[in-house]
Write a protein that binds this ligand. Structure first.
Ligand code: SAM
Length: 226
């Protein structure tokens, strides 16, 4: 007997006996993206979302209270890589939403195009540098959420600079902080505080800060509103 528990709009826990699996409803039934298992419930296909390969998946399982990315959301995704997480974001925002997925690694954007975007109309790829938000201003509309997973020493500044350009009033930012990208010796908690200061000094209100352990070591996610 399997049962679906709704965590957020379009995000579910599939419960089967003692096992619980985070899943999204597959916008492209029959097609998977990174070897993820699929499940059928009442003839609808759901894709397993691996929290050890996706910080967004991890933060949901770590008890995220409010999910800014919803059906119909417009999202600027910085550090989209080859598309593991964005495939689930695409499931969530659905056909009425859109994602602009940016990465500066040509190989990652090529894999994203070949493996994910050719099956999905709600993602636009951008080969670009997140430190230069003005350089893609002709491609991106004002968005509801700026999400960043760039693993760079200036990760908070990068998301704040992009939010100034692209975030609509009342929108949210979601920053995945990799402590080791900033300092390998410093206590990660001090690093998270330093990044939160950058976000607050830019005028954002921090709603939640969640450590991603045990899914990701020395990572946290900060969710803030404008
Ligand atoms: C940790 S990986 C992202 C994984 C991805 N978010 C996922 O969950 O599937 C970080 C990505 O950020 C990209 N990146 C780092 N600095 C960047 C920058 N300044 N501009 C654009 N992309 C950047 C890297 O090329 C890499 O693909």
């Amino acid at each position: 007997m399997q049962e679906l528990e709704t965590l957020f709009d379009s995000v579910y826990l599939l419960k089967k006996g003692k096992q619980s699996t985070l899943v999204t409803r597959n916008l492209t039934p029959g097609i998977t993206y990174y070897g993820e298992p699929v499940f059928s419930v009442d003839k609808v296909e759901y894709r397993s979302w691996n929290p050890t390969r996706s910080k967004l998946g991890a933060v949901i399982l770590k008890g995220l209270k409010e999910m800014p990315i919803k059906p119909g959301s417009l999202v600027l995704y910085l550090g989209v890589a080859s598309g593991t997480t964005v495939s689930h974001v695409s499931d969530i925002v659905g056909e009425k939403g859109h994602i602009w997925g940016l990465d500066f690694a040509p190989r990652a954007v090529r894999d994203l195009l070949d493996n994910v975007i050719r099956h999905r109309k709600n993602i636009s790829p951008i080969l670009g540098d997140a430190r230069q938000p003005a350089s893609y201003s002709t491609l991106v509309q004002p968005v509801d959420v700026v999400f960043a997973d760039v693993a760079q020493p200036d990760q908070a500044k990068i998301i704040v600079d992009n939010a100034r350009y692209y975030l609509r009033k009342g929108g949210h930012i979601m920053l995945s902080i990799k402590a080791r990208s900033i300092d390998v010796k410093e206590n990660p908690k001090n690093i998270y505080e330093g990044q939160i200061n950058v976000i607050e000094e830019a005028g954002f209100i921090v709603n939640e800060t969640i450590d991603l352990h045990p899914f990701e070591k020395d990572h946290a996610m900060v969710i803030a509103s404008s």
